[in-house]
Design a protein. Structure first.
Length: 229
């Protein structure tokens, strides 16, 4: 994808069905072709052709397990491109009550590939910086206090092949949340520990706010609908 021209990238995502499939895949999970077909409201055979185009362009990778072929985005850089384009386009006006409720939930808290986004993601970034766990004075960097806090919560970052931290403009909040190896580790730990869960549409529900408070994020008033009843 790094060697593709801007026009080539635009051409891949110009098709509405492929764009819809990529927005589904931005949750970071592996999808079957039939699931992507259902999300895009197209035939499975048509979805297979779109997957081929996305694969040839380097947007997705596929793997076969048993009778099923699974599809997932090829990496965080692709997710970043899709999220930035979504930011430029702005949110699509919801059609009907169900879509309106879903849009509100996604705006409150969602995943963006492998890290937190929406109001929750922005609140987490503000908390980490505000509490001195991350410094943004000369670029983003984890402080000694930050490393100690992450260790106390069981958040471990393996030697990353990617940036530890980077800004990611949130397309609903129009402010930055955090992406990179550390935010991915935070989300992974939170899911494994049962502190939060996410549904099939990327919406996140928070079950425990103690970890957020330790990371400096404001709780109930800020999180709103992201909190479990």
């Amino acid at each position: 994808m790094d060697t593709m021209s801007v026009a080539s990238v635009a051409a891949v995502l110009a098709d509405e069905s492929r764009a819809t499939m990529c927005m589904a895949l931005i949750d970071g999970r592996a999808w079957t072709v039939s699931e992507l077909a259902h999300a895009a409201r197209i035939a499975t055979s048509t979805a297979s052709e779109h997957v081929r185009v996305l694969h040839d362009a380097g947007f997705v990778r596929t793997l076969k397990q048993g009778r099923h072929r699974y599809v997932r985005l090829s990496g965080p850089q692709v997710a970043d491109v899709i999220e930035r384009l979504a930011n430029l386009a702005g949110p699509e006006p919801p059609r009907g009550l169900r879509q309106s409720v879903r849009a509100r939930r996604l705006a409150h808290a969602r995943t963006c590939y492998d890290h937190l986004a929406g109001r929750l993601g922005v609140a987490l970034r503000d908390g980490l910086v505000g509490d001195g766990l991350i410094s943004d004075r000369d670029g983003l960097a984890v402080t000694e206090r930050g490393w100690a806090t992450f260790a106390s919560l069981g958040i471990e970052v393996q030697r990353p092949r990617r940036a530890l931290l980077r800004e990611c403009l949130d397309w609903t909040e129009r402010r930055e949340h955090l992406a990179g190896a550390l935010p991915a580790a935070i989300l992974s730990r939170a899911q494994d520990a049962g502190w939060l869960s996410r549904d099939s549409h990327r919406a996140v529900t928070v079950h425990d706010t103690a970890w957020l408070e330790q990371l400096g994020a404001q709780s109930p008033q800020t999180l709103g609908a992201a909190l479990a009843p």
